[in-house]
Each structure stands twice: as structure tokens, then as C-alpha cells.
Design a protein around this ligand. Structure first.
Ligand code: AP5
Length: 225
């Protein structure tokens, strides 16, 4: 299954991708996570990317594409992947399509857009906390950790992302509207797109995604049971 998850910042793409990984048996490939790893590692690419991420702007395509192409070449992505945060522009979508054709030829199976209104996004992002150690995600109100500021799974310290400050979130929403929302029309024309209501418990949203995946989702669901 080669799946793309679209949606505004904080829509729940990462939350759903992590749940789908277990269900579908293919890895989540999150451009934001790949970039944050490069930033933490202080690589040349990471230092350059940070200048854009801190402002809530898009990182230039050549940097993002380098990371994505490298990650998709890993053996665990050979039979499929869940792309989260990539593509983010029509130009990235066209490059992805060419990249897949050159590898096989292959193509995307499905694009799911998680639709969440801006006021809910601000609530979700302002309460998000992430484990420094294992990357597990929490929300101070919707999904709080058992112990204050500590991860339930590994006891790692929880932190708030630098780009989750209110002004930066506003900028990210503007960038989404201008650069990423046009992908709804782009993928709408291919017949691959399903738009999912992103309001509800994560398990309810997961169920909507599985239904949109049709037989592929149902088979995969059986696998994980
Ligand atoms: P990236 O890391 O991709 O951030 P994003 O797209 O803004 O998305 P988020 O990670 O903020 O949110 P999400 O939709 O994954 O929601 P989550 O599941 O965490 O990108 C960061 C930056 O990197 C960009 O600004 C850009 O600079 C750069 N970048 C990345 N990709 C790029 C690309 N392709 N090209 C160029 N630049 C790129 O959920 C959010 C919170 O809500 C959590 O606390 C969660 O617990 C909670 N939550 C989830 N689901 C629910 C629910 N159903 N109900 C209540 N709460 C929920």
C-alpha cells in the first residue's frame, strides 16, 4: 500500500500514520520527522532546513526531496509506505509521481485528506507534547500522559516543538492554504483522493480511513487482528 496522508498542521496525520503503520505493515515516512532528525544531528541540511522551519515556512524542495528519496530507498519501504507531510506542493507531488515511476514502475494507491477546522487545529497544536526519546505523541487535554511531562512508554521527557508557538502556527496555516490545499484539487482529478472528517476520537478517524481504503484497508485490518 502506497498511501499519502494530507491535511493541515495538527490535523492528526502523524497520529493516524502511526496507527496505520501497525495495521498496514508499511512504514510511516514523515518529512517533518526526517527534517527534525537532521536538525538535531546538526547536519548541513538540518542547519539550512531549521531556518525555514522556525518561521513556519516550507523547506526548499531540493532538501526535502533528498531526504524522501533516501528514505524511500530503504528495504522496509519496498512494499509500501505512508507518506505524512509529503508532498506539500503540486511540484513535490509531480516529483513523487516521477520518482515512483522510475522505481518500478509504481504509483500511489490512495490519498487521504484529514479535514479539521482552524480553531480545532490551534487547540490540538497548543496542547501537543512529544517524547524526546521515542517520539510518542500526547495532548495535554485529549490524551494526557499518566505522569506529568513523562512518556507512558519509555519515561522519556516530553517537549513542545519550537514551531508550535502561536505565531508560527498561524504562518503554517497560511502556508498550508496557499501551497498545500491545491493538492486536494490535484489528487481529486486523479480519482485517488478521499476527504475524511478529522473531528472525533483518533480511533473513529482511523475507522473512517480504513473504510476509505476499501478492500486494501479491510485485508490489512484482518492481518493486524
Ligand atoms: P510537519 O512535522 O510535517 O508538521 P505539520 O504538517 O505542520 O503537521 P504536524 O506534525 O504539526 O501535525 P499532524 O497533522 O501530524 O498532527 P498530530 O498527529 O501531531 O512539518 C513541520 C515543518 O517541517 C513544516 O512547517 C516545514 O517547515 C517543514 N516541512 C515538513 N515537510 C515538508 C515538505 N514536504 N516540504 C517542505 N517543508 C516541509 O496531532 C496534533 C496534536 O493533536 C497531538 O497532540 C495529538 O495528540 C492531537 N490529536 C491527534 N488526533 C486527535 C484527535 N482526533 N482528537 C484530538 N486530538 C488529536
Amino acid at each position: 500500500m502506497r498511501l499519502v496522508l494530507l491535511g493541515p498542521p495538527g490535523a492528526g496525520k502523524g497520529t493516524q500514520a502511526r496507527m496505520l503503520e501497525k495495521r498496514l505493515g508499511v512504514p510511516q515516512v514523515a518529512s517533518g520527522d526526517l527534517l527534525r532528525t537532521a536538525v538535531r544531528g546538526r547536519t548541513t541540511l538540518g542547519v539550512e532546513a531549521k531556518r525555514y522551519m522556525d518561521k513556519g515556512a516550507l523547506v526548499p524542495d531540493d532538501l526535502v526531496l533528498k531526504l524522501i528519496e533516501e528514505r524511500l530507498s530503504h528495504p522496509d519501504a519496498a512494499s509500501g509506505f505512508i507518506l505524512d507531510g509529503f508532498p506539500r506542493t503540486v511540484a513535490q507531488a509531480e516529483t513523487l509521481s516521477a520518482m515512483l515511476k522510475a522505481r518500478g514502475p509504481r504509483h500511489l494507491d490512495k490519498v487521504i485528506a484529514i479535514m479539521v477546522p482552524d480553531d480545532e487545529i490551534v487547540k490540538r497544536i497548543s496542547g501537543r507534547r512529544t517524547c524526546k526519546n521515542c517520539g510518542a505523541m500526547y495532548h495535554l487535554i485529549y490524551d494526557p500522559p499518566r505522569n506529568h511531562n513523562l512518556c507512558n512508554s519509555c519515561n522519556g521527557e516530553l517537549y513542545q516543538r519550537d514551531d508550535d508557538a502561536e505565531d508560527t502556527v498561524r504562518m503554517r496555516l497560511e502556508v498550508y492554504a496557499a501551497a498545500t490545499r491545491p493538492l486536494l484539487e490535484y489528487y481529486g482529478r486523479t480519482g485517488l483522493l478521499s476527504e475524511i472528517d478529522g473531528i472525533g476520537r483518533p480511533e473513529e478517524i482511523q475507522q473512517r480511513i480504513v473504510e476509505a481504503l476499501g478492500p486494501a484497508g479491510a485485508v490489512a485490518k484482518g492481518k493486524s487482528a
